[in-house]
Design a protein around this ligand. Sequence first.
Ligand SMILES: C[S@@+](CC[C@H](N)C(=O)[O-])C[C@H]1O[C@@H](n2cnc3c(N)ncnc32)[C@H](O)[C@@H]1O
Length: 530
Amino acid sequence: MQEYQIVHAAGRGRCFEAAKSFRPGDKIYSEEPYEAVLYDDSAANRCHHTFKDPEKLHRCTGCRFARYSSRDAQKAAWANGHKEECAALKACAPRTPPATIRLAARVLWRHHRTSHNRDGLPECLETLEHHWDKLPDSRKQTFAQMAVLTREYMSGAGSMEAVEPKLIAYLIARFSCNNHTICNDELQMVGVGLYPVGAMVNHSCTPNAMQSFAGRRIVFRAIRPIAAGDEVTISYVELAATRAERRAALLAGYCFDIDAGRDPAAQLLAEKVLPEYKGVRAELKIYSAPPHSMDKCDAELTSLSPDIGANVALQDFTKASLHPAAPQESALEDEGLGSQPVTMTQGPGIVIECWRTAGSQGEPQLLQEAEACAKIFCGAYVEHRNAEASTAAGSPSGAIAAAARGLEHLDSCLPQSKDHIWRLRLLTVMLKAQILQGGCWYEALLVAEQITPFYERLYPQVWPNMGLHQASIAKLASLLERDDTALRATQAAVDTLKYTHPDSSILQHQLHLRHALLDVRASQPSLDTD
Ligand SMILES: C[S@@+](CC[C@H](N)C(=O)[O-])C[C@H]1O[C@@H](n2cnc3c(N)ncnc32)[C@H](O)[C@@H]1O
């Protein structure tokens, strides 16, 4: 029996509809990619054909970039695109093009290899959304530049007639709103793939399904009961975020607005560029009410004082109003790929949106409070950025110290900031650094436990991040011999992972841990000290 059908949904284009019912954990659909590539970081430790990470890999003696788990995998890869890729990689060595360019080339080589009509794109890709007309000129320009680089890269493989840059630029625009990031079971990103049917699954902020990967094969599973005729949805964006952040990410990445049709009741009262705060560009916008829809828990996630709500949006400032930049002429005007001059990015900064909450005072007081909030956020943001930089530079102790300073900024307006989304961000970077550093397991457990209530509110009841988070708590607690905590966490992890990662070694590990902890409890019930 067919599990799905592709139908039209008002305002959302095509959608993936369940043709039968599914229970949580059931596999709905799985698919091999049309093409997929590994990210650079994974290229040295995964098989380029299966995307798995065996202990031993054979390196391609031609390009010296691709690795394979077996001679059979290497042979299959050669016949399926590595022949052309190998020549192109050799021609541009020692540089390696980024994953998007390698993927575009593989798609075009495959089309050329397998199709009678080599013009255009294969039909299954031609019909994918690209939203070209809605893209800002800066993105069109980026895609156009990548198209030129793809053509150059492909020329290293010879044989094939050069493809028009415009076609490649549109293909890359399709990638940006249809590709799936391929992750391992720990949700670390390993590559990117194009799945023509999987790309029909639309977004919901309350999804009923999730995607995971077996090697490079995508697998969609139900996380809630789904009835025949229901639309199957996944989340395109991180759900541990405010609605405003999700809305911005979806608008920028996928060109649709989850607030479409909403009449924004909020009035912009004032806009200000704040004086530089430790090198942060910050813009303050003050509204009479929230400028976007609020989900149920958004009020707590964004509250920072008794009178005002405040949201922080990270931005690459391209606005001339903040730091005017000389416009650059588009090199690709002739191709019709970017008709407007492009202003170059000025680097990251923050926009702080503040709004009056019910019962708050008049405007002068609001302005004063908004500026005080902005200072707190600038502090939290700078320390968050410092913490991430320290982690990247291999200094977990520096990251822990910076995150602690960031939390102090938020603590200056307790109790309201207890639930603020930026507390979650700082706790997350701190936990990562504590685990990297090792040794401070007790402190890490305390931080992990502060993260849990955020996840409980932000994620669906069954969600992979929560299963992995509980598995980390179980590991930390068992290292500290806090067996009751470990048992509770491992039980919670199993309860989620059995739906989200049923075939994974992570679930197996949690089942063993639970078994061992239950044995300990049975043998020494009176020694439990938690
Ligand atoms: C991966 S495609 C999904 C399939 C697409 N609907 C189609 O017809 O090809 C992503 C695009 O679908 C649309 N889309 C997905 N989820 C949506 C939603 N919840 N509301 C509106 N449009 C949505 C947007 O145009 C988005 O860029």
